[in-house]
Design a protein around this ligand. Structure first.
Ligand SMILES: [Zn+2]
Length: 370
């Protein structure tokens, strides 16, 4: 194992922050796994430690067939953002920016750099494109903030990988994952290893999140150069490993084992690995996800649990105003998987309280809520 420490720019005077990458194995193929880009989403960090121990043992036994890079603490900035005992890990405090938005878009600079060099050899194209991506990131002007510097470090390791897993979690949730629709057939096995309850599929959710910054340039380039053989060579996903409180040891061990079994199927690890313990879940259009809001302030009582299938018209929660005695019942508007609910039981204006993944497209344009 090699530990690569990247010192981030723009630390406050007298302090220093680093992003540490743990690199296992060697070879042409590569998987990249990072955890807790939203710093208060810790199930991924807990899982990453299980992965770290196991990857070290696999490497020592010579069972790795490629490189696996692991970043267990993707966001040291956010980890420092505690306010009176509460994490503020989703948005950078100084700028208000979401840590998982606005990663560098790589298809346009790669197209400009390569243009007529892309031909009918897919392997040659993959090598050229990865090199051009790395070159572009390395040649950017100095980062103008610590957030930007951190994002570039993460993307520079991930954009040359065949498989990218970005481990997040939701508030209270069943496991779910985001990916390109074109990649869903390849992800079904991972969903079965991890007991994921729904795949949310979109070509472009808007916002240039980390997984799409890795996977989407290949789709864009393949469309921009239809005569060249450009595979969708970066299989990237955001996996929401349940809810924020789901840091249990048994869960983390099971997630690590499932991820390693999937990487073995992808050819990155040899040896005997168990078949998936669950059925693959359904992939649904991310445009079909309904966000449910409260109609007024009040205390929230949920009627259903994350992971359950709900029908359109089913009660999902009630909002109660004990001063006016106003009680509102909020129902699902679509049939689908109730995959996440809010942790806070107080209704605020503009904040979602439940999310249901349905099969029919309901929303268009920017799909990510912040
Ligand atoms: Zn997240």
């Amino acid at each position: 194992m090699q530990r690569i420490d990247h010192v981030l720019p723009w630390s406050h005077l007298g302090s220093e922050r680093k992003v540490s990458v743990f690199r296992f194995g060697e070879g042409e193929r590569k998987a990249y796994i990072q955890a807790s880009l939203h710093a208060d989403e810790l199930p991924g960090m807990r899982t990453a430690w299980e992965l770290k121990k196991r990857l070290g043992a696999l490497e020592a036994r010579g069972l790795l067939n490629g490189v696996i890079e692991l970043v267990p603490v993707a966001n040291p900035l956010g980890l420092g953002q505690l306010l009176q005992g509460n994490f503020q890990g989703r948005f950078e405090a100084g700028s208000g920016k979401n840590f998982n938005r606005d990663f560098v878009e790589l298809s346009a600079p790669v197209a400009a750099a390569l243009g007529d060099k892309l031909g009918d050899d897919p392997h040659a194209n993959v090598r050229l494109i990865r090199q051009a991506m790395a070159d572009h990131l390395a040649a950017l002007p100095e980062a103008s903030s610590q957030l930007q510097g951190m994002q570039r470090v993460l993307l520079s390791h991930a954009c040359t990988a065949d498989v990218v897993l970005d481990l997040h979690c939701d508030a209270e949730a069943a496991l779910h994952m985001y990916a390109l629709p074109q990649h869903w057939p390849q992800w079904r096995s991972l969903s079965a290893h991890l007991n994921v309850k729904v795949g949310l599929l979109a070509e472009d959710s808007g916002g240039s999140s980390f997984d799409e910054a890795c996977s989407l340039p290949w789709l864009r380039l393949s469309r921009q150069f239809p005569d060249a053989q450009i595979p969708l060579a970066c299989l990237a996903t955001t996996i929401e490993l349940g809810g924020q409180a789901d840091t249990g040891r048994a869960q983390a061990e099971a997630y690590a084992e499932g991820i390693l079994a999937f990487l073995a199927e992808q050819g990155l690890i040899t040896g005997e690995w168990p078949n998936p313990a669950f059925e693959p879940c359904e992939g649904m259009p991310f445009e079909g996800t309904e966000l449910l809001f409260a109609p007024h302030p009040g205390v929230v009582s949920f009627s259903r649990k994350p992971g359950e299938w709900v029908e359109a018209g089913d009660e999902i929660f009630q909002v109660i105003d004990p001063l006016s005695d106003r009680v509102s019942t909020v129902c699902a508007g679509t049939s689908g998987v109730l995959f996440a609910i809010e942790r806070l039981r107080y209704a605020q204006p503009g904040f979602w309280l439940a999310k249901v993944a349905g099969r029919e497209a309901l929303r268009h344009g920017r799909l990510l809520n912040d």
